[in-house]
Design a protein around this ligand. Structure first.
Ligand SMILES: *Cc1c(COP(=O)(O)O)cnc(C)c1O
Length: 391
């Protein structure tokens, strides 16, 4: 039987025989590197933790069921997951990637995958059809939606149809919306990526990554890669992510409610020039997002009137902290141009509109009154200083 989402977050799809029979409510942390065999040809199902560990396996089952995959694999970080994913490809293979990808993915592709003979085309796939970019060597399309940090929305179902017509894999990094708001596999994706460090873990305390496979065939290839390269998630960290996932739905609801209130506030602040959020009806991706997602998420990017104001905000926020990362209970603000996107080539930054006036806010689950009061305070203090200079 299949439980509904919130139940699956807490219980997965129920316990299986791998549990120890003690009645422990919290799944045990199997802090063991290796497992004893009873005799020749007899196995408990576990041999060595690089291959599989019961705690990691439980986490993988939960994530696979939340994303409607046949299987999920837990890695030591999101980047470890994406680096392992690249092992599916051969020198000469061509991959089409959305241009506004997570900065670390662009760095991996440009500085490691390219050296290994894989070719990339980066394009704004919210505007350009992927079909015009396909060559005889193309093997996959990699997207994020909404994109980071500009919140462009890409039609997953349409992209999947084109990809499959040309026998390409569609790979979707679903970190931003999490499985609570979006399930790319149900829309045709072949592989889903997560940085488990973000919403799945949810507490800014653990690094983790996932690859979720739609088919048995891809899952098997990925299992071979994880056991051979040894990038699987450790038992203790697997347990922390399992615990984080228990409250995924509750956290996403609260953070999205806060995000909607902050978007409304930013829209009315005259020193804010643009607000990038897929839940705004004027956002070009609004309708597609309504069709393919159950929510708009908790990430907001916005452009302020000057670099000075951006710097002032980063210097004066207290409750909201100036830090990279996202998806935790704590609200964080970052400056993509020098932080998350520091290694992205200048021409790509300019094409995507990532200027020195753009800030990105990951909205947490704090009291919304406190968050708005903090924003009011930093804009007011800038106004006072600015007024003084002019007067
Ligand atoms: C953070 C992030 C990653 C990388 O994950 P790590 O856990 O930091 O290695 C990949 N994709 C997206 C969208 C991210 O936000």
């Amino acid at each position: 039987m299949e439980y509904n989402f919130l139940t699956k977050c807490v219980h997965g799809n129920g316990r299986d025989a791998s549990c120890d029979g003690s009645g422990a409510i919290s799944f045990p942390i199997y802090q063991s590197a290796t497992f004893a065999h009873k005799g020749l040809g007899e196995s408990t199902g576990y041999d060595y933790s690089r291959l599989q560990n019961p705690t990691r396996e439980q986490l993988e089952k939960v994530v696979a069921s939340l994303e409607h995959g046949t299987d999920a694999l837990a890695f030591s970080s999101g980047m470890a997951a994406i680096a392992s994913l690249m092992e599916l490809f051969q020198p000469g293979d061509h991959i089409i990637a959305v241009n506004d990808l997570y900065g670390g993915s662009i760095r991996l592709f440009d500085h490691i995958s390219k050296k290994n003979g894989i070719k990339f085309t980066h394009e704004d796939l919210s505007k350009v059809s992927v079909e015009t970019l396909i060559t005889t060597e193309t093997k996959a399309v990699i997207i994020e939606t909404p994109t980071n940090p500009m919140m462009n929305v890409i039609d997953i179902q349409k992209t999947a149809e084109i990809a499959h017509k040309h026998h390409l894999l569609l790979i979707v990094d679903n970190t931003f919306l999490s499985p609570y708001f979006q399930n790319p596999i149900l829309l045709g994706a072949d592989i889903v990526i997560h940085s488990g460090t973000k919403y799945l873990g949810g507490h800014n305390d653990t690094l983790a990554g996932f690859l979720v496979a739609a088919s048995e065939e891809i899952a098997e290839r990925l299992r071979f890669i994880i056991k051979t390269t040894g990038s699987g998630l450790a038992p203790m960290d697997s347990w922390l992510i399992l615990r984080g996932i228990k409250t995924l739905g509750l956290r996403m609801n609260q953070a999205q409610e806060n995000a909607l209130a902050i978007v409304k506030w930013l829209k009315e602040e005259e020193r804010v020039c643009k607000v990038f959020y897929p839940g705004l009806p004027e956002n070009p991706g609004y309708e597609v997002c309504c069709r393919q997602s159950r929510g708009f998420g908790c990430m907001i990017s916005f452009e302020v009137e000057s670099r000075e104001l951006a710097a002032h905000i980063l210097k004066h926020v207290r409750l909201i902290q100036f830090a990279e990362s996202l998806g935790g209970v704590e609200s964080l603000i970052t400056y993509p141009i020098t932080q998350t996107h520091a290694d992205v080539p200048k021409d790509i930054l300019a094409a995507n509109g990532i200027t020195d006036c753009v800030l990105r806010l990951s909205v947490g689950i704090e009291d919304i009154g406190d968050l708005i009061k903090e924003l009011e305070g930093v804009f007011e203090s800038y106004g006072r200083q600015h007024g003084e200079q002019e007067g």
